[in-house]
Design a protein around this ligand. Sequence first.
Ligand SMILES: Nc1ncnc2c1ncn2[C@@H]1O[C@H](COP(=O)(O)OP(=O)(O)OP(=O)(O)O)[C@@H](O)[C@H]1O
Ligand SMILES: [Mg+2]
Length: 519
Amino acid sequence: MFNWKEFEHLHVVRKLKEILIHWWNVEVFFSDDRGLLRTIEKGEEKEFANAVCNLVINTERGFESFADFITETTKKIKNSGADFTVDDWEIGLKASIYPIYIHDEFMGSVVAVGYFHETDLEKQRTYLKKRLIEMGLGVEDVEEAIQTIKCIKKNEVDYFHELVGLVAEEIVTLHNEISVREERISELNKELGTRYKYDTMIGKSKPMQDLYSLLDKIRESESTVLIQGDNGTGKELIARAIHYNSHRKDRVFVTQNCSAFNDNLLDSELFGHMKGSFTGATRDKKGLFEVANGGTFFLDEIGDMSQAMQVKILRVLQEGTFIPVGATEPRKVDVRVIAATNKDLKEMVERGEFREDLYYRINVINISVPALRDRKEDIPLLIDYFLEKSAKEKNTKKKVLVKRAYEKLLDYNWPGNVRELENEIERLSVLSGTDTKITADMLSPRIKTFGDAKSIQGVRVQGKLKDSLEELEREMIKEGLRRNSWNKSKLAKELGISRAGLIMKVEKFGLDKRKANKD
Ligand SMILES: Nc1ncnc2c1ncn2[C@@H]1O[C@H](COP(=O)(O)OP(=O)(O)OP(=O)(O)O)[C@@H](O)[C@H]1O
Ligand SMILES: [Mg+2]
């Protein structure tokens, strides 16, 4: 249930490891609750930055010695219940060990290994050399490797341990995030079974369920509906779902994009015209309102409509009548109107760009469509759906995404919402050619590099240690505040510090909401 490899990929963990290597040439390892070394296996060649680890762990005997040490020291820390401990690997290198607890249950440890203490440096070097030569390693290699081992000075010890501890904390945070997500998904699966009510719409998340129950309530009503949501969130899909689940379903569903035409054309498009009413009007033409009679009329991008058109639409909504271009008599229709926009109509009303009376007339029932980033648990379902769709269209076998690619898709913030996801999956299906596997390196660059740019990339690994630690702390708090929507209690818990402590740090780093938003 604990995915150690995943933790290794965590951006924060990678960054912390980089810092630990840069400053003290120390390697970080994980062990599970039984003390088994994770993320590295026997017989696996691995390149370590720490030259002694590199020499020793890549030999069979050395690996065993190391694995034993990890088991022993993990047992020790588990039994002692200590916050952390420092131990000696028998060959003569020091290690700092932090336990990982999830809800008071011991899950394993983080071991940072490969340094000397400040005192008796020469003695430590001599001992290490003796042991390595006893292991059958070449004298020259050994001497060269030992030169690179660093000692942790007394005034650095606290910082060093703090960093190793942070690795353990980040693992706990990520693990908790993942299990909350998984719990939520399995709950939803139970609630909904495998069938969805609105079968064109994919999504089992809470926001989508709220949407379905709203649709249940309103589909039979005659009231006008205003659907608001960002680009590609599925506004049109929802409008169709309302129509095809209402008693009007056997009549037409007509769509008109209000931004696509100039006023005159839109006028004639919507309301029709009489023969001879303008040059080119060689015969009577029915407007879309008339075509939609008995059915549903979907007015898309209603926020782009001119003031003059707004007046005419208002009339249809209020009286159910309109006058075709060039006609004298009004006509009456029975049409349910659904409007959609990605603009903030209310704000447009305040700015005088949209008629207030029309706004209230349209906004009888308001549907605001959740953005994809607010319902990330639906992403796997959508991916599956689009993979299936693409396979059907191309008559090929359904493709599979590797886990890493999934994670990247989950991390991304999807400004273009479902449409962007759909396009990405389509692109991946094409790119992967005859390969059934889709790997992370095939992802679009913006998705592949998303987490890297966002998190703590700015941390320095040069200059004063204290400064770089403060910088790291600042970045972690800044990023954590965003992630937790400025909920300080939640973040304090995550970081394992008191709320007061966090508030002090927020003050110290000038990270209160308004300032942080300006960054
Ligand atoms: N919940 C969903 N399940 C499956 N497909 C969806 C879902 N939501 C959106 N889509 C798909 O995403 C694409 C965009 O949806 P749609 O055109 O309805 O969005 P929109 O909000 O009208 O976008 P725009 O703002 O660009 O007009 C469509 O191909 C649609 O089928
Ligand atoms: Mg649309």
